[in-house]
Design a protein around this ligand. Structure first.
Ligand SMILES: [Zn+2]
Length: 595
């Protein structure tokens, strides 16, 4: 095993990141398929260029404005639909048949540049009992936009992102509780008074019925890991149970959970002003062998009124062969960053994990696409988890938080995602379940959060309405992230402070296939065995529980919190005495398209 691993490593190091491996089939076997495939590439590019223009980032691309691209898209798309129909159904190679299936599937997702994350529906429609599942879903997403972007707090309005920021930063417990309750109108819009026919409860029944017909995100994720859905539930529970045991017994109010976990963010925020986010990110990826500037990646990182209120990454154009030379993928990152901070930086590094994932694809046009939701989210965290390691912080920030505080900041987010994954899995299985009772049961048992079944405070993630079942890609994704990080460290050595071989090696080993390989096969080949839980559990076990007296930041004594023995006394000053610039942006929603 070890020899094989070393051999493959040596071989891959002989190949430069930009070169194309001999065994990657970049062309169709049939000439007819090849022609259609390059037509597909044109349509696919026009689709993503239109989305780029509609995002407000650019008004023209390659000398054409929106109207010109729309015309180009419509014409080529209808030609593509006809040509795909005309292709022979037999006598094709396996690769060509799979490519045709992939094109048909991916084409269904083309919107012709429809604005991402800006639903045309209205939140008030969520109260209507006569609308069908898709319309109800859109109405709930609209509630996140209409109400979530305008929460009343003190004398003004804040958006959900700022409210979540404040939950991390506000040292006054009463004020923190008031921030939490600013979400109430959103929770009510999503789940009414939790009556059996509340908007969410009607929506999840529709989602479960739809999943019974066509499968769910949870089924997809289970298949991608190689588990049956019942095993997925056992894995999620196991992760939560490790957290339950290692995080002590003291109960904490839901409005205090993020604050208690956010100490590392508060310590390091001062060293990460908004202007430093991109330079730090670029430097880290350069050290990993990926020059994002050279790749021509577009960044659109500041808020605009009409802009999507979340971070995401998308293709601008898809890589392909042009006259025998590989023309690389160009990606863009969109985010509404009002401030810097550790969590925002983590998110930006995650987004750029998506960028390097898609720029590394070297395949025929049909497969130059995202591998799978589960893989995409998991891989993006491979580089981003490093920023919670002291060695990374030392190199890129010049300062470090105690390891235990950083790990707590990271894994508290991971276990919340796991909790939401379990919540959705159980709602799908039994859609008549009372969601407030279920969320209370999960969070009180595993996260030691005080029961508040009267509140629908689970309704903070827009994915719950937009893509029911999607949360599992984060919950289970963490298992894959930990596996990949462990395997890379074994093969290449630690990469938390950079390793110039990283991008080239991963391109070769994992990323070049695009959507051609299913995630289960990809991971099995990469690891040399099926995915297991152990790498993630080992990481969570790095947390050492220490029970301390109350810090004065909460209103009950004896909370168990994670602290390193070397926790410096000076760091225990109340947050209110720290500079305002230490506030960090906490972007809670991380949506597809790759988020
Ligand atoms: Zn993402």
């Amino acid at each position: 095993m070890k020899t094989l691993l070393l051999l493959s490593l040596v071989c891959s190091l002989l190949v430069s990141p930009r070169s194309i491996s001999a065994d990657t089939v970049l062309m169709a076997d049939s000439k007819k398929v090849s022609v259609v495939e390059y037509l597909y590439a044109d349509v696919s590019d026009a689709n993503s260029i239109l989305a780029t223009i509609n995002s407000g980032l650019l008004s023209t691309y390659q000398g054409k404005d929106r109207a010109a691209w729309q015309q180009f898209y419509r014409k080529k798309r209808s030609k593509l639909a006809k040509e795909l129909e005309r292709l022979p159904t037999s006598g094709l190679s396996g690769g060509d048949s799979r490519a045709i299936a992939a094109m048909r599937k991916q084409m269904k997702a083309f919107t012709g540049g429809g604005a991402l994350f800006s639903p045309v529906a209205k939140c008030q429609d969520a109260a209507r009992k006569d609308i069908a599942y898709p319309a109800l879903k859109s109405a709930l997403v609209a509630c996140f936009v209409e109400i979530g972007n305008s929460l009343s707090f003190e004398d003004g309005k804040i958006n959900r992102v700022s409210a979540l920021d404040l939950l991390h930063e506000t040292s006054d417990p009463g004020r923190r509780k008031a921030v939490f309750f600013a979400f109430l109108p959103l929770w009510q819009a999503i789940n009414g008074n939790n009556e059996p026919d509340s908007p969410y409860r009607r929506m999840i029944a529709g989602a479960a019925a739809e999943a019974a017909r066509n499968g769910s995100e949870i089924d997809n994720a289970a298949r991608d890991v190689g588990l049956d859905p019942a095993e997925v539930e056992r894995w999620l529970v196991q992760i939560l149970d490790v957290w339950r045991v290692s995080s002590g017994d003291a109960m904490i109010e839901p409005w205090d959970f993020r604050f208690q976990a956010g100490e590392a963010d508060r310590l390091l925020g001062t060293y990460i002003p908004r202007e430093s986010l991109l330079p730090i990110n670029q430097r880290y990826y350069r050290d990993l062998g990926a020059d994002l500037e050279e790749m021509g990646t577009f960044y659109d990182l500041y808020p605009r009124p009409e802009k999507a209120a979340l971070a995401y990454t998308e293709f601008v154009t898809h890589g392909r062969m042009v006259n025998g030379v590989w023309r690389p993928t160009v990606a863009r990152v969109s985010a509404p960053y009002e401030r810097g901070g550790l969590f925002v930086l983590n998110e930006l590094v995650h987004e750029n994990g998506h960028v390097v994932n898609i720029t590394a694809i070297r395949n025929r046009p049909a497969f130059v696409d995202w591998p799978s939701d589960l893989f995409d989210e998991a891989f993006a965290d491979v580089p981003s988890w490093s920023i919670y390691e002291p060695v990374w912080q030392r190199r890129y920030l010049g300062h470090e938080a105690p390891e235990q505080l950083s790990l707590r900041a990271l894994y508290s987010v991971v276990v919340l995602d796991v909790a939401w994954s379990l919540f959705e899995l159980r709602m799908f299985r039994a859609p008549l379940t009372d969601p407030n009772a279920l969320w209370t049961e999960i969070t009180s048992r595993y996260l030691h959060i005080v029961s508040h079944p009267e509140l629908s405070w689970w309704a903070m993630r827009v994915q719950l309405a937009d893509l029911p079942g999607y949360m599992v890609n984060y919950g289970l994704g963490a298992i894959l992230t930990a596996e990949m990080r462990q395997h890379i460290s074994e093969a290449l050595g630690a990469f938390d402070a950079g390793d110039s071989r990283w991008y080239g090696w991963l391109s070769e080993q994992l990323l070049r296939y695009g959507s051609e390989r299913d995630t289960r096969t990809l991971m099995q080949n990469f690891l040399g065995r099926p995915v297991s839980l152990q790498a993630l559990l080992k990481q969570i076990h790095r947390l050492k529980p220490i029970t301390l007296q109350s810090t004065g930041d909460t209103d009950s004594a004896g909370h168990a919190i994670f602290l390193s023995p070397g926790y410096p006394a000076g760091f225990s000053q109340p947050s209110s005495q720290r500079p305002q610039s230490a506030w960090h942006g906490y972007l809670w929603w991380d949506l597809p398209t790759r988020q």
